[in-house]
Design a binder for this molecule. Sequence first.
Ligand code: M6R
Length: 363
Amino acid sequence: SKEGFDHFMLKEIFEQSESTQNVLNRFIKGDSFDLGESTFSAQEFKNFDSVYLSSCGTAFHAAQVAKYLIEDLIQIPVRDEIASELAYSNPFITEKTLLIVVSQSGETADTLNAMRLAKSKGATIFAVTNVVGSTIAREADRVLYCQAGPEISVASTKAYTSQLMNLYFFILDWAKKLGKLDNSLETQLLSDLKQIPNHIESLLDTVTGYRELAENFIHCESVYFIGRAVDYISAKEGSLKLKEISYIHSEALPAGELKHGTIALIEPGTQVIALATQRPLIEKIASNIVELSSRGAEILSVGFEHKGLKESSDRFIAIPETSDYVAPILSIIPLQTLAYYVAVLKGNDVDKPRNLAKSVTVE
Ligand code: M6R
């Protein structure tokens, strides 16, 4: 049941402090953490010499966020490929490859195909999924269950943040087993992760204001999302959320790429949403915002408190103070909520958007 919420999507957005807390309860053991059977041994981790990520839609975005953390902590190159494209991308998959797949339903045909292809080449498959006993869970070599609870709304929200939390713990475990996680970084990241549920709650406290914010978007033909580094992935996820339920065309771009073409589409009144949670890059994104503003775009920025960012933007949503690493788990919350209110104001069927199914079991 919707438990008093107008839609499952809003209920599921609100469940995110609880679903992220569940992940903490499962893995945190005293000052450290333990993933039990849902991970690999140090020896198994040592044997992988290449890493692939493959999935679809929102689950792919979760995998792409993970790529940044894997490359930073484990220092191994990671290739990410949309599942329906993996077969056509010259995959260099061998018996020493680890393929990570993420799937809420565990039944997505494209993801399953990618996984079977990698398996036929001898790769080890690690699956992060929400549905116990699903096909992907059964066929993978190792499974990490998200335990986000059932997700009814077609637009994925709590499954995404849960996938991220689970992936972060997996990567911490991996780094630790390879001796690549020093104590201070472990302490810092665990403390950041422990604060996620409270931070989500504080973000959701201001949610009523988003309805008003949503008014700015309902007559748009197009909305642009920009970000740099991992913020670009959050931009892609925000854009997917908005387009699938509001039916407004939207596009996400790495902020620096705008001037190579897309900026030609910016005119007075164009709505742009800028993500800015990576501290070394906030000045750069602020200057992109100035370029866009001078062409008449209206900017909503979502990021850490920063004078230059705030002053260059028309509207600003502050992300609670935390490390750059875990920021993607928080910055998506306002984007999900905004997409929700835009769809509500447009009178759309929020939980069951046209042409879409919750689980896509055809190629
Ligand atoms: O069940 P899966 O996680 O494998 O589904 C993947 C995508 O179909 C899914 O994330 C889709 O993009 C959602 N509608 C996004 O909100």
